[in-house]
Unconditional design. Structure first.
Length: 253
């Protein structure tokens, strides 16, 4: 596949190598403001988060489609209003120290990051069946909040349709295709979507795939890297970004 693409100069890459997964990995309840504050206290300047839509169109942070694992709620998060979601406890599942921690809107996280000059990777994580509208909503919010910022957020998704929605609303915002397998046509699809990055399960990277992606003018990022040997392998391969839970293990500077 690499022979079908001529080498393209890599764009400037304004983001740090180290990215804190869901705020502070597993040290705080994921995707809550407490997690981002803890990740920042560990020295991280860039965070990854998961964004989806409430039933009334509010972009909020949560990884799972359902509420049970990370809140005291039940059912699909995307089927509830933001008012109902905002009443949930998103911290007690993690530990007593975070009891009562609320769910977080992307708008509030945007304000936190902009005020502190933090970088953000927003994974568009649609409730099933809402790929296009979620991509559009996330891009609209990101464009509004980061319009005057020096560095915009990186929008990523496993769902190509969500990235298409983001592109339709804010084509200037950088996008990345998330991959858990190297399915047929992944590189062509990323190029069609105008992506600036491929974000892989870290085990998928080898010298050939890194060279393919770089030759196509895109950057190579990895999730979720929690072991020193794995991080060193990725650095040796020449990849560009590492998303980790272990904000207590890896120094981001």
């Amino acid at each position: 596949m690499s022979s079908t693409f001529s080498a393209t100069p890599l764009p400037d890459w304004p983001y740090p190598r180290w990215v804190a997964h869901r705020g502070a990995g597993k040290l705080a309840p994921e995707n809550t403001l407490a997690a981002f504050r803890l990740g920042a206290a560990q020295g991280y300047r860039m965070f990854e988060c998961d964004a989806k839509l409430s039933s009334d169109g509010v972009v909020f942070l949560m990884h799972d489609a359902t509420l049970e694992r990370t809140t005291n709620g039940t059912g699909l998060g995307g089927e509830q209003s933001w008012h109902a979601l905002s009443q949930l406890d998103a911290g007690s599942w993690h530990s007593r120290a975070f009891a009562g921690e609320p769910l977080l809107t992307l708008a509030n996280l945007a304000r936190y990051c902009l005020q502190n000059r933090y970088f953000l990777n927003i994974e568009i994580k649609p409730t099933p069946g809402t790929d296009l509208e979620t991509g559009r909503a996330v891009a609209q919010l990101a464009d509004t909040h980061w319009r005057s910022a020096d560095v915009p957020p990186l929008l990523t998704s496993f769902k190509p349709v969500a990235l298409e929605g983001a592109h339709a609303i804010a084509p200037h915002l950088p996008r990345g295709l998330l991959l858990d397998t190297l399915w047929d046509g992944w590189l062509d699809k990323a190029l069609q979507l105008g992506c600036v990055a491929i974000v892989c399960n870290h085990a998928l990277w080898d010298l050939t795939t890194v060279q393919q992606v770089h030759a196509a003018g895109m950057r190579c990022l990895s999730y979720t890297v929690n072991d020193e040997w794995a991080a060193q392998r990725l650095i040796d391969l020449g990849t560009d970004g590492i998303i980790t839970d272990r904000v207590d293990l890896f120094s981001p500077v």
